[in-house]
Structure formats: structure tokens, C-alpha cells
Design a protein around this ligand. Structure first.
Ligand code: BT5
Length: 255
């Protein structure tokens, strides 16, 4: 990757033109004992994954579809916070382009003009209370022409090129994201997640919003007031009670 300024992240790259899902490939390579900081990139995924067995549309050469393998020393329950870390890294990188002001929708979306620009999927393998590895998969729509976007996504998906007022190099963008990821990850290793969670709040479009929380067992309205030290969203319900929302089983919508 040209322009890469990291000390270690992405110094080993596994590149392919086509794969099912870079997360699946990264998990396989991690299982075979690949190095910490391996980055798996594909020009195209024919079975890109979202959360809860949803899909991720990943057409050839139109986005940055990649996964990072990390072997962090922290507890398995901390792993999900890496999604927040990745989101900050992407927002910082894309916001350098003229005309672009993206923000983070808790927990794993980066939005631009209220539409989904990026999706992040963090997966983990742990054993005996320790992390073997985590895989952070990130998909950034760079230049997916409207007519190429599947009908059902047209109203909700956006590409960087739809908004940016300058050309975008996918390689430079990736190098930038990896640079920020490494910086944030090293901060976590030295100082814990606290400073990163604080930084996350600066880029969040969720906090302060009236939201509708759709959980499997209940639906309610409230105001997203904060995230706690575990990265859970804190929602103040109309009766004043604070509800902690766990990512994965809920959908958050502006109320
Ligand atoms: C996500 O899931 O947003 C996580 C997506 C992670 C994708 C990356 S790409 C590299 C790595 N390898 C993988 O296989 N995955 C990761 P979720 O919050 O469940 O959102 C999925 C939903 O987003 C889908 O059901 C669609 O509605 C929508 N969607 C699918 N493709 C999209 C796209 N390209 N742009 C915007 N929205 C999309």
C-alpha cells in the first residue's frame, strides 16, 4: 500500500481480486497463525457480511473492503469496542476530503448526509477467557454509481464520490485509515479505552438524539445520552430511567 505510514499495521497484506468475505478469509488466516496486524483486502466480495447474517454489497473496485487481524492482550468482553475504534479511524480519514463531514451512528455505521457510507463488523475468537484474535472488517463505499446500487439500498447507501469535491484514491484512503487505526489501537494498549471512547463522542451523531430502540423483547423511545465504559449506549427513557443498549440485538432510529 503506497503512502502507508504505519509502524506495523498492514505491513503484511493479503490482497485478492475476489473473495467471499475478507472477514472469513482473515479468520482463516488468523486460525492458521498469521501475524498480528495482517490486513486482508479484496477488490470484490461475492458474499460480504453484515451483522446478524445480513449481507454487504461489495462490487469490484468500487470500495475499500478490508479486514484487519489484531491479537490484543485485553479481555474478550473488550473486543466489541474495537468497532468504535475503527469507526473513529474511518471518519477521520474520510473527513479529510473536501465537502465530506461524516459522523458515527452507534455502534457500527458511519453516515454521510444521513446515509450509510461505511459498515464495520468485528468478530473474535477467544478461548479460556483470552482473545486468540479479533478481525475488524470495514467496508467503505468509495465510488459506487447509483445505478449499480441494488434497488433496496438506493435510499440508504451513499458513496464518498457522491459527496466529495475532489478525486479519491482508494489506496491513499486505506493508508490513512490504517494510520489512524494503529494510532488509536496503540493508545488503547497504553492508556485503555477511555480516551478513545471520549474521542468517539466527538464524532457521534447518535448522542443527544431522540431515538427509537427496537430490541427483540421491547420497543421504546428515549434520548441517547452517553456511552458507558463498555461502549454500551445509554438511553434515557421518557420516564427518566436509563437503559443500557447492547449492540447486536437492537436497531436505533431517529425518533
Ligand atoms: C454492517 O452490518 O454494516 C457491517 C458491514 C461490514 C462490511 C465489511 S466489508 C469488509 C468485511 N468483510 C465482510 O464480509 N464484512 C466486512 P449491518 O449493520 O448488519 O448492516 C448491513 C445492512 O447494510 C444490509 O442489510 C443492507 O441493508 C445495508 N448495506 C449492504 N451493503 C451496503 C453498502 N455497500 N452500503 C450501504 N449499505 C449497505
Amino acid at each position: 500500500v503506497a503512502n502507508l505510514k504505519t509502524k506495523w499495521l498492514g505491513h503484511h497484506i493479503h490482497y485478492c481480486e475476489l473473495t467471499t468475505s475478507t472477514n472469513e478469509l482473515a479468520k482463516r488466516l488468523a486460525g492458521e497463525g498469521c501475524e498480528d496486524g495482517l490486513v486482508v483486502i479484496a477488490e470484490e466480495q461475492n458474499s460480504g457480511k453484515g451483522r446478524l447474517s445480513r449481507g454487504w454489497f461489495s462490487p469490484f473496485a468500487r470500495g475499500v473492503w478490508f479486514s484487519v487481524v489484531l491479537k490484543p492482550p485485553f479481555m474478550p468482553q473488550e473486543a466489541s469496542k474495537c468497532t468504535l475504534l475503527a469507526a473513529i479511524a474511518v471518519v477521520k480519514a474520510v473527513n479529510k476530503y473536501k465537502g465530506v463531514q461524516a459522523s458515527i451512528k452507534w455502534p457500527n455505521d458511519v453516515l454521510l448526509d444521513g446515509k450509510k457510507l461505511v459498515g464495520i463488523l468485528t468478530e473474535m475468537s477467544a478461548e479460556f477467557g483470552r482473545i486468540n484474535y479479533i478481525v475488524i472488517g470495514t467496508g467503505i463505499n468509495v465510488n459506487v454509481p447509483k445505478e449499480m446500487v441494488p434497488e433496496e439500498l438506493r435510499a440508504t447507501a451513499v458513496s464518498l464520490a457522491d459527496v466529495a469535491r475532489e478525486p479519491i484514491s482508494r489506496v491513499e484512503l486505506l493508508a490513512d485509515v490504517l494510520g489512524y487505526m494503529e494510532e488509536l489501537y496503540e493508545k488503547v494498549l497504553h492508556e485503555g479505552f477511555k480516551p478513545v471512547l471520549e474521542e468517539w463522542k466527538k464524532y457521534s451523531s447518535t448522542l443527544g438524539q431522540q431515538v427509537k430502540v427496537i430490541a427483540p423483547d421491547q420497543t421504546y423511545f428515549g434520548e441517547a445520552v452517553d456511552i458507558d465504559e463498555d461502549g454500551l449506549l445509554m438511553v434515557k427513557r421518557e420516564d427518566g430511567r436509563i437503559e443500557k443498549v447492547i449492540a447486536g440485538d437492537v436497531s436505533i432510529r431517529p425518533a
